[in-house]
Every structure is written in C-alpha cells, then in structure tokens.
Design a protein around this ligand. Structure first.
Ligand code: SAM
Length: 259
C-alpha cells in the first residue's frame, strides 16, 4: 500500500491529532527539499574554504561572550538555524519567498537558500558597530545572499521589498530597542506588524524571537496581549509565530525527531 493510500485510510479510522501528525509525516517524506543531509558540516563544506577560513581568522577573538565576534563559529550557528528552519517546515514542501529582518551574518538565510528558497535579508549599516557591519557584509557575500540596507525605526514603514513574502522571520530581535528606555510598546509593534502583513501573501507566516529587556522581561508593556490578539502562537519563552495552527511547532518537532 502506498503512503497516500495509507493516509486516506488513516483519516477514516483515527482521531484528528493522529491523522494530522501522520499526514505531516508523509508530506515531509514525499517532498523533502534537500537530497543531502542538512548538517553544519555539509553547509560549511559548500563555502569557499579559503575565504571562509580567512574571514574567521580575521574577525575571531578569544572569549567573545555575547559580542558579534561569536558569529565566527559558523558550525554552532548553522546548527541552531538548521533547527529553526525545520521548526518552520522549510525542509519540505514548496519553495517560499523569505525575508529575514535583522539578518546579521546570514546563517538562517544560508540554510534556507541551500533548501532552495528565495531569500532576502534586511539589516542596517550606518550607526552599526563598524566591525559587525563589515563582518556581516563579508559573510553575506561568502554565503551568496542578498539584503536590503535599512534601519528600522518606530512608526516608519519598511522600504519597497519587492514581491510579497510567504515567510518573514526575525531572530534575536534588537530593532525594538529592547534595552533602551524607549523600548517598543504595543503601538510601535502594531504599526510594524500592520506594515509587515501588507507585504505578505495571504496565509503567510511571521516568526519572531524577542530578546529580553531589563529585568529579563521578554514582552514589554502590552506587547504579549497584542500578539495574542493577532493570533500569535507562543513557543518557548521568546518565540511567537503568526499564521500557524496551535501546536504546529510541537507537532513538527516530534516528526523531525522521529524521521
Ligand atoms: C543579535 S543580532 C541577530 C542576528 C541574526 N538575526 C541572528 O539570529 O543571527 C541583531 C541583528 O539586528 C540588526 N538590527 C538591530 N537594530 C536594527 C534596526 N533598527 N534595523 C535593522 N536591523 C537592526 C543588527 O544589525 C543585527 O544584525
């Protein structure tokens, strides 16, 4: 019996949760986006080895702590973003147009590009730490990625970003001035989310990872409530996704672990 037939049969005999889990498992198996195992080692092996070594040795420092030179550890960051890509189901199914806001060195987008998605980054240069700005520019070139240079400001719409997106991500967000007295509150986020939503295909997804502010507070005044009202699904302490069903990530993770 083939997979599709099995799945149709399951629908008639099992509960909705078991059915949707089984269906996701089959769809994932039938429409994988990479014939190679997606590992940090594989991703590094696809880079210009000499250029990668040179960039890493020029920017690497001992004990970088939380500062940007921590990003010279390519394998570590690829590991994290392979998992994030799988969390979003990007390792199977149709190609997507993806925008990554505050794209930094470009690790997430490089994983997505290797999975055949159409990727665009967004980051700022002026006013940025000059070392970080240069490093991000060089890694974007090394990874063969494109980005728009733009500094996000409260109540200012994003520039023209071309065709609508299927997915917008922002990991370890800093554009909301999370450690400043004027950290974004509900009104700033509402403006930003309305603007983002207008640049997406219907049914698109937005995935945000917030950084904690003072007192380790992840969601500033009224922000969690706003995200809830807009249908955000919370996942872990700092992640919220819009445009997915409840339990989407949990279900995907369970399947990723078992296949
Ligand atoms: C902590 S880093 C995270 C980088 C990347 N998202 C990652 O997960 O590896 C924050 C990123 O946001 C960018 N950023 C901070 N403020 C921004 C702003 N106002 N507009 C655009 N990008 C900003 C920084 O330049 C940096 O690339």
């Amino acid at each position: 019996m083939d997979f599709l037939h099995k799945i149709k049969k399951l629908k008639t005999v099992c509960d909705p949760e078991t059915y949707s889990k089984a269906k996701l498992k089959v769809v994932r198996r039938l429409s994988r986006r990479s014939s190679k195992p997606l590992t940090p080692e594989f991703l590094v092996s696809q880079l210009n080895a000499e250029k990668a070594r040179e960039i890493r040795s020029r920017y690497g420092i001992a004990n970088p702590g939380i500062d940007w030179p921590k990003y010279v550890e390519f394998e570590r960051w690829f590991s994290k973003y392979i998992l994030r890509a799988k969390d979003l189901g990007l390792d199977f199914g149709p190609a997507k147009r993806i925008l990554d806001i505050g794209s930094g060195a470009g690790f997430f987008l490089y994983v997505c590009r290797k999975l055949g998605h159409d990727c665009l980054g967004l980051d700022f240069l002026e006013g940025q730490d000059p070392g970080a700005a240069k490093f991000y520019t060089e890694t974007f070139a090394l990874f063969g990625l494109e980005r728009v240079i733009w500094r996000i400001k409260p109540f200012v719409a994003l520039p023209d970003l071309g065709a609508p997106f299927d997915l917008v991500t922002a990991f370890m967000i800093c554009f909301d001035d999370h450690f400043e007295p004027h950290r974004w509150k509900r009104a700033e986020w509402e403006f930003f989310m309305d603007d983002l939503q207008s640049r997406m295909h219907p049914g698109g997804q937005i995935r945000l990872e917030l950084n904690p502010g003072p007192g380790n507070q992840i969601f500033h005044t009224g922000v969690r409530e706003l995200f809830e009202e807009r249908g955000g699904i919370f996942d872990g302490s700092a992640y919220v996704t819009f445009g997915v069903e409840k339990d989407y990530h949990r279900r995907l993770r369970r399947i990723v672990r078992t296949t």
